[in-house]
Design a protein around this ligand. Structure first.
Ligand code: SF4
Length: 281
């Protein structure tokens, strides 16, 4: 992502030549699809070598709670909310014994706070009563916790336990369908089809890279195709803005010069950390 890479960016904004949309994509062989998918993954790894979970956390319990809170809101809003929450309830035992109204007030900024408080109380009590106060490291156990589905379980496994997992969130689903890696809509089917394209060892980082790209470049309504480094490999090139200058203005977070989502990003993150809730910009 060199600043003065004008040749590079012009080249990057060319449409993909052999996969031409729905009909053309049908003619792509399985082998060609696997190769193209893996090439996109490699390109994204170069663009986002620092891809990481965008929720602040220090242990598996914090990651589990933050992931539950992240439903229907931004990771930034969760990160601005969790410092006070974890200071008040540092362990599952503490959170299970919380006064429901006090808990609701602390997580209120993340929206749907009554339902989320119920999940947090339920999952904390389950961790205390069934798992000795520890977050379990197996998918089949994690999905038995209140408010925890496969997506949340995979986030926790991949990032707190080092167990490879694909995180099929809204960005992931949108991008892999745009890239014609799958036509499935159901997250579990998407997960299975994408898992078959990559070695297991790639799953967690692939998820981060795709989600990074979806948040920064390949947006739902107006993807920044003209500033997209994987345009030559993308059958959906042209769904968004193709003019390089206009496309550049659509880039978000560190690419658009804005603070990222985390208040405490990893040391290699090239952008700026986000500010706490209520802080002046
Ligand atoms: S921004 Fe999205 S749709 Fe546009 S070329 Fe890039 S990956 Fe494809």
């Amino acid at each position: 992502m060199g600043e003065q890479g004008s040749t590079e960016s012009t080249e990057a904004a060319q449409p993909h030549k052999s996969v031409k949309g729905p009909q053309g994509a049908r003619s792509e062989s399985r082998l060609a699809l696997v190769r193209r998918a893996r090439r996109i993954n490699r390109e994204l790894a170069e663009v986002y070598p620092y891809a990481h979970p965008e929720l602040d956390f220090e242990n598996s319990f914090q990651l589990l709670v933050a992931t539950v809170l992240s439903a229907q809101t931004t990771d930034l809003r969760v990160n601005q909310t969790t410092p006070a929450l974890f200071a008040a309830y540092p362990t599952p035992e503490d959170m299970a014994a919380a006064d429901p109204e006090a808990l609701e007030q602390l997580i209120r900024p993340t929206g749907f706070f009554r339902a989320k408080a119920k999940s947090l109380l339920g999952l904390s009590a389950a961790l205390r009563d069934r798992f000795g106060g520890e977050v379990p490291g197996r998918l089949e156990d994690l999905v038995t916790l209140p408010g925890v589905g496969r997506k949340t379980a995979n986030v926790v496994l991949g990032n707190a336990f080092g167990v490879p997992g694909l995180t099929v969130d809204t960005h992931f689903g949108r991008l892999v369908r745009r890239w014609k890696w799958t036509a499935q809509e159901d997250p579990e089917k998407v997960e299975a089809e994408i898992a078959a394209l990559f070695p297991k060892s790639e799953w967690t980082m692939l998820s981060h890279r795709i989600i990074f790209h979806g948040r920064r470049v390949c947006h739902a309504r107006k993807p920044a195709c003209g500033a997209c480094p994987i345009a030559p490999l993308c059958p959906a090139y042209g769904e968004g803005e193709t003019d390089p200058d206009k496309a550049k203005k659509l880039l978000k977070y560190e690419m658009g010069g804005q603070p990222g989502q985390r208040l405490r990003p990893p040391a290699d993150y090239p952008g700026r950390p986000a500010a706490p809730l209520g802080a002046a910009e």
